[in-house]
Design a protein around this ligand. Structure first.
Ligand code: ADP
Length: 475
C-alpha cells in the first residue's frame, strides 16, 4: 500500500553532518513528481557554511575510520544492506515519486541493483589485498581521505551507492551532494547509513545546487578526491576545478553505446538482439548513461530489424511501461531530436500514436529512427531519452568502425553466433563495458568509461581501488 508508506508531501529539513541531524541553512528545494507535475517534497539545502561543516566533519572522522579493522567495515556494510532491504518498499516508493519510474522498475532497477552492489562490495572488501610485496618494498594501499560524491538524478540511489559504499569500504569518509531534482532518496539513504551505525562524520549529506555546493566541494582544500557522475561538459569543469588542488577524480560521464549485430546471426538471435536493445535503450525512459542508443546491423538485414524494432517499441506505452522524462526542460531537449531540428539524420519508423501520451507528466513518445547518418546529431549526441538510432553496416569491420565512431566509450553490446568473433569484436570496441548476447549486469565488475565517458572505475574491487592511495615502504 504505497500511500501508507510516506507522506503526501515529504519534508526533509535537517542535514546529516558529523553524525547529527542539523537544520539546513541554504534555502529550500521543491521536489516535483515528473509523472504528475505535483509537488511531492521539500528538502532543505546546505549553505556554504553547512557544506564546510560537512567537509570538516568528514576530515575529522577520517583517521579513526581509516584505522577501523576491515572486518568491522565489512560488518557495517552488511548492516547497511540489511537496513535498506528492510526499507526497500519505502525507497522504491520515494524513487517512483521523485524520479518517475514505474513502481516495478523503481524496485527492480533502482533498489535491487544497488542492494546487489552493496553485497558485492562487502564481499570484495572481505577478500581485498591491501598490501603487496615488490622486491624489498612493502606496497600498502591506504584510503584517500575525504571523498566528495556529486551525483545525478537518473538513478537517485544507485549512482550514490556506487560512490559512497566503495569509499566507506576503503576507509575513506564521504560528503555527498545529490542532484537537486532528486534529493529525497539521498535523505533516505543518509538515514539508512546513520541507522546502520556508521561512526559520526564518516558520511555527511550536503544537498544544494551544483553551482554553489558542488563547486565548493570540488575546490575545497580538505577534499582529497571528487567522484562525479553527470554530463561530460560539467565533468570537465569538475576536473578543472579539482586540478587546482591536485585532487584525484573519478568521472562517470555520458555515453552513446552501440549494440552491434554481426553478420553471422540467425533469425532467432537477430530478433532477440533487437528486442533486448530496444528494452535497454528505453530503460528508465532512456535516461541511463549505458543506454544502447545505437543499433548497428548488417545492411542486408535492415528491413527485418526495422520490423522487430517497430513492434518492440510499440509495447512501451508512456505512463505504463515507459516512465516520464525527469523535467519539462529535459523533455524539450529530447523533443529537439525526435520532432525538432536535430531529427533530420534518419528516417522515423516507429508507429506509436502521439495522442496516447498521458495528459500530465513529462512523457515522450518512444522513437525509432532507421538509416541514421553516422555523422548526424541523432547518431553522435547523448539524447538521454527513449530514442533508438539504427545504423546499417556493410560488414563486421564496418560495424566495429561505426561503434567506435563516437567521442564516448561507456558501454556496448555484441551479438554473434560465434563466441570467438563476439569476443574479438568486444575487444575491438573501445568502451568500458560490453555485453555479449544479452549477458546480465555484474554488480562486482568494474564500471566506467573510455574516451570522454570518464575516468576511473566504480563498483566492486576496482571501485575500492579507485579511492586508495599507494605507498611503497622499503625495508
Ligand atoms: P544532470 O543534470 O544530467 O544530472 P549535470 O552534469 O548537470 O547532469 O549534474 C550532475 C551533478 O553535478 C548534479 O548533482 C549537479 O548539481 C552537479 N553539478 C552541476 N554543475 C556543477 C559544477 N560546476 N561543479 C560541481 N558540481 C556540479
Amino acid at each position: 500500500m504505497a500511500h501508507t508508506l510516506i507522506a503526501d508531501v515529504i519534508r526533509e529539513e535537517t542535514l546529516l553532518i558529523g553524525g547529527e541531524w542539523v537544520p539546513g541553512n541554504g534555502g529550500e528545494i521543491e521536489v516535483e513528481n515528473p509523472a504528475t507535475e505535483e509537488t511531492i517534497g521539500v528538502a532543505y539545502k546546505a549553505s556554504a557554511d553547512d557544506a564546510e561543516a560537512g567537509i570538516l566533519a568528514a576530515q575529522a572522522a577520517f583517521p579513526r575510520w581509516a584505522a577501523t579493522p576491515v572486518g568491522e567495515r565489512v560488518a557495517l556494510l552488511r548492516r547497511l544492506g540489511a537496513v535498506i532491504r528492510d526499507r526497500a518498499d519505502r525507497f522504491a516508493e520515494i524513487i517512483h515519486r521523485e524520479q518517475g519510474s514505474p513502481p516495478a522498475l523503481a524496485r527492480k532497477l533502482h533498489v535491487d541493483v544497488p542492494l546487489a552492489v552493496i553485497d558485492q562490495t562487502a564481499d570484495a572488501l572481505d577478500s581485498f589485498e591491501f598490501t603487496r610485496q615488490i622486491g624489498h618494498s612493502l606496497v600498502v594501499r591506504e584510503p584517500v581521505g575525504v571523498v566528495a560524491a556529486i551525483t545525478p538524478w537518473n538513478l537517485p540511489l544507485h549512482q550514490v551507492v556506487v560512490k559512497v559504499v566503495p569509499s566507506l569500504a576503503a576507509g575513506a569518509t564521504v560528503v555527498h551532494k545529490p542532484a537537486e531534482l532528486t534529493p529525497l532518496t539521498a535523505f533516505e539513504l543518509a538515514r539508512a547509513i546513520s541507522d546502520a551505525g556508521f561512526p559520526p562524520g564518516t558520511f555527511n549529506l550536503v544537498p544544494g545546487s551544483g553551482k554553489d555546493i558542488g563547486s565548493l566541494l570540488t575546490r575545497h582544500a580538505a577534499v582529497d578526491h571528487v567522484s562525479f557522475t553527470g554530463s561530460t561538459p560539467v565533468g570537465a569543469q569538475v576536473a578543472a576545478a579539482a586540478a587546482q588542488t591536485i585532487k584525484k577524480v573519478t568521472l562517470e560521464l555520458g555515453g552513446k553505446s552501440a549494440s552491434v549485430i554481426l553478420a553471422d546471426v540467425d533469425d532467432e538471435l537477430l530478433t532477440k538482439a533487437v528486442k533486448v536493445t530496444v528494452a535497454n535503450c528505453y530503460l528508465n525512459a532512456g535516461q541511463t548513461c549505458t543506454a544502447l542508443s545505437r543499433l548497428i546491423v548488417p545492411a542486408d538485414r535492415l528491413s527485418e530489424v526495422e520490423q522487430v524494432a517497430i513492434a518492440a517499441a510499440s509495447k512501451y506505452a508512456p505512463g505504463e511501461r515507459l516512465g516520464p522524462l525527469i523535467s519539462a526542460t529535459h523533455r524539450m531537449k529530447v523533443l529537439e531530436y525526435t520532432e525538432g531540428a536535430r531529427s533530420t539524420g534518419g528516417r522515423r519508423i516507429d508507429t506509436f500514436d502521439q495522442s496516447a501520451l498521458p495528459d500530465r507528466g513529462y512523457y515522450a513518445r518512444p522513437a525509432v529512427f532507421s538509416d541514421v547518418d553516422p555523422k548526424s546529431d541523432l547518431a553522435q549526441d547523448e539524447i538521454f531519452g527513449p530514442v533508438l538510432s539504427i545504423l546499417a553496416a556493410d560488414d563486421d569491420q564496418h560495424a566495429i568502425d561505426l561503434a567506435n565512431d563516437s567521442m564516448f566509450g561507456l558501454g556496448g553490446a555484441v551479438w554473434a553466433l560465434s563466441e570467438q568473433s563476439a569476443l574479438q569484436t568486444a575487444r575491438q570496441i573501445r568502451t568500458g563495458q560490453i555485453d555479449i548476447n544479452g549477458a546480465a549486469f555484474n554488480a562486482r565488475a568494474p564500471f566506467g568509461g573510455y574516451k570522454r565517458s570518464g575516468l576511473g572505475r566504480e563498483i566492486g574491487d576496482f571501485g575500492i581501488e579507485d579511492v586508495l592511495e599507494i605507498k611503497s615502504v622499503q625495508r
